[in-house]
Ligand binder design. Structure first.
Ligand SMILES: Cc1cc2nc3c(=O)[nH]c(=O)nc-3n(C[C@H](O)[C@H](O)[C@H](O)COP(=O)(O)OP(=O)(O)OC[C@H]3O[C@@H](n4cnc5c(N)ncnc54)[C@H](O)[C@@H]3O)c2cc1C
Length: 607
């Protein structure tokens, strides 16, 4: 247990942070001259060739000198090699298989993907231990990458050593798992143990297609399991099964002292708690984790339609009707995913459901669809309402047969059949982000007397930019057991009272600033970013305490400690100080990062 003293220390450090809203450049400017810094290539203290050779032996040869695939484009932007690279940047599996690439190429005025100098392509815990010890002893900037899907660029850094867990992707399904040391307090339960480098699509294949069970993960199948769980993590059915982090039963984690620890409710309980949503990568390198599994719903389904309004007045009426319908019929465990509100007066509906059959889902939607069809100034595309057997929800070949176009496959020669992804996620492969904002909307906005307030805010926001309502990323309406489990995580408590996470974002195709022939349109991107901010500001007027979801939020998030974790931040900081007092694991806007410069190289305050 953490001592009271540590909690007080945590609170004290928090109070020393001048303002939660301190910006990066202000902090970088505050770095004292001569402050202790991690080493870069060419610095005195950068490891010698023979020291790198020692690490290579320590990791059984799994040390890679990382080359950027962009070198081909820098040499000749018109070369076949460069063209081939940009084609492959639309294949998330290709990106995931490169130590030098990340799913997001970069973010306007924020970050650009930078390869590490060296990577340890870890295959087992001992390799991770050796890399952590080397980075600590040699004072290196360390980064950890699993699925490579950090929007915020947290899994890459120039001049760093990368621990790359891609190959640690074993998946084992259990009928009766008991966390180590918990036999006296926990009954055996069905679970799955997943290596740190595994992605969700492969976990679903093993758990659902293979074993007929359900595990709570993310929507995008190529996101890494370890990265998503540590941020909290939501998927289409989180209103029934909760946040992924709340399903965590146990993790093996290598902490900054190089010790591989078992964290669960009975062993290292504070570290365990921090891993359930305290932000990925701040507490150590997770090498494997075990998640509970659930009975598989008999059916999963989708409701898809697009409704267009012919005037602003008609659109406002449409939004008002949808808000009332959602509040009365959909804010419950059956329903998740998306409604998208666009400036061109279009409402796109892509709602997922579980535990209902097609007839039940149709009956629920009938009143709203009939009402919309009866309005002269609305045009509705015929609604698709489909349901299928639970077992085939993540079965690539069944999906290709029954829902052609819904999935795309890794088209490299010899790629496994399990390497598929949602065509809806294609735009995000290799994307360059223009802007991204998120906030949770409190459930009080669904009370009838607030419907018009909510409608006005949605209308106002959608005048600036498209607003996506991710209903499954707010847990209001979930079963009591799920809400209790979420309260036992470090996520911002706003999540349990929110009926949705609003996401407002824009992106362009793969692009790298300064790369001839492949540079982003910065002026256009800045225009998008400004509109996104305006749209988010409209929603914050009605959800001022809405915080933001750490894994899907703005790079420039103000007040990030409170936005991501609310009142849980001091407790998280105490865990950080206990397990990583010297800040080996630096994540920008991660727990304890106030002590570091923006790039994680310079310790502020000279400690
Ligand atoms: C296209 C896309 C779709 C997404 N969809 C969803 C979604 O449906 N639901 C949702 O909740 N989130 C979603 N996210 C957000 C996602 O959950 C987070 O970005 C998550 O951290 C990604 O994990 P990763 O392993 O893929 O990424 P990486 O970039 O490899 O890592 C992300 C962070 O996790 C850390 N990390 C990775 N592995 C380890 C490890 N073994 N030990 C310690 N730290 C580690 C990294 O250091 C980094 O800080 C999405 C992101 C993208 C880009």
């Amino acid at each position: 247990m953490l001592s009271r003293r540590r909690l007080i220390q945590g609170a004290a450090i928090l109070s020393l942070v001048p303002s939660f809203a301190t910006t990066g450049s202000e902090r970088a400017a505050a770095a004292p001259v001569g402050a202790p810094s991690r080493v870069r290539p060419g610095d005195h203290g950068w490891p010698s060739s023979s020291e790198w050779e020692g690490l290579r032996q320590g990791v059984e040869g799994q040390l890679i000198a990382v080359q950027s695939p962009l070198d081909a484009c820098r040499a000749d932007p018109d070369s076949d090699a460069c063209r081939a690279l940009f084609k492959e940047l639309k294949n998330p599996y290709f990106i995931g298989d490169s130590p030098a690439l990340t799913q997001t190429c970069g973010w306007l005025d924020a970050w650009t993907a930078q390869p590490s100098v060296y990577a340890v392509a870890a295959r087992k815990t001992a390799h991770v231990v050796a890399a952590v010890n080397f980075a600590r002893e040699k004072n290196l900037r360390l980064v950890v990458k699993g699925g490579g899907h950090s929007y915020l660029g947290a899994s890459n850094a120039a001049d760093s050593l990368l621990i790359w867990t891609r190959a640690m992707n074993q998946i084992t399904v259990h009928d009766a798992f008991v966390a180590q040391g918990c036999a006296a307090s926990q009954a055996p339960q069905p679970a799955v143990t997943v290596g740190a480098g595994a992605i969700w699509m492969h976990a679903y294949e093993a758990v659902t297609t293979g074993a007929g069970r359900y595990v709570q993960g993310g929507g995008c199948g190529t996101v890494g399991v370890a990265g998503l769980v540590q941020g909290g993590g939501f998927g289409s059915y989180s209103k029934q099964f909760g946040a992924a982090g709340a399903s965590l039963l146990e993790a093996e984690i290598v902490t900054a002292d190089g010790v591989a620890r078992i964290a669960n409710a009975c062993s290292e309980p504070e570290l365990f708690w921090a891993l359930k949503g305290g932000g990925a990568g701040s507490f150590g390198v997770v090498t494997r984790l075990t998640l509970r599994t659930w009975d598989l719903p008999d059916t999963f389904g989708l409701v898809a339609t697009t409704i267009r309004a012919r005037s602003d007045e008609a659109y406002r009426r449409l939004l008002s009707g949808f808000v009332a319908f959602y509040a009365k019929a959909l804010c419950n465990p059956h329903w998740g995913e998306l409604a998208k509100l666009s400036p061109d007066n279009q409402l796109e509906i892509r709602m997922n459901f579980q535990g209902l059959d097609q007839a039940e889902a149709s009956a629920i939607w009938r009143p709203f669809l009939d009402w919309a069809a009866a309005q002269d100034d609305l045009t509705t595309t015929p609604a698709a309402i489909v349901a299928g057997p639970g077992r085939h929800r993540w079965d690539g070949s069944a999906l290709e047969a029954f829902a052609p176009g819904s999935v795309l496959f890794d088209d490299r020669p010899g790629a496994p059949a399990a390497n598929f992804f949602w065509s809806a996620n294609l735009a995000e492969a290799g994307h360059f982000i223009h802007g991204f904002e998120s906030l949770w909307a409190p459930t009080k906005l669904l009370e009838p007397e607030k419907w018009e307030v909510l409608t006005d805010a949605l209308m106002a926001a959608s005048r600036h930019w498209a607003v996506e309502l991710h209903f499954q990323k707010g847990l209001a309406g979930a079963p009591a057991e799920v809400l209790d489990a979420a309260r036992d995580t470090p996520m911002n408590p706003a999540v349990t009272d929110a009926f949705m996470l609003a996401i407002i974002a824009s992106e362009g195709p793969p692009a790298f600033p300064g790369l001839a022939g492949h540079a982003p349109n910065l002026a256009g991107a800045r225009r998008d970013a400004a509109r996104i901010e305006q749209a988010a500001a409209e929603l914050r007027k009605v959800a001022p305490e809405g915080g933001a979801y750490v894994a899907e939020s703005s790079y420039f998030q103000a007040d990030w400690q409170r936005a991501y974790w609310g009142a849980n931040y001091p407790r998280l900081l105490a865990v950080k100080q206990r397990y990583d007092p010297d800040g080996l694991f630096f994540i920008r806007h991660g727990v304890g990062s106030e002590e570091w410069s923006e790039d994680g190289f310079v310790r502020l305050g000279g400690r």
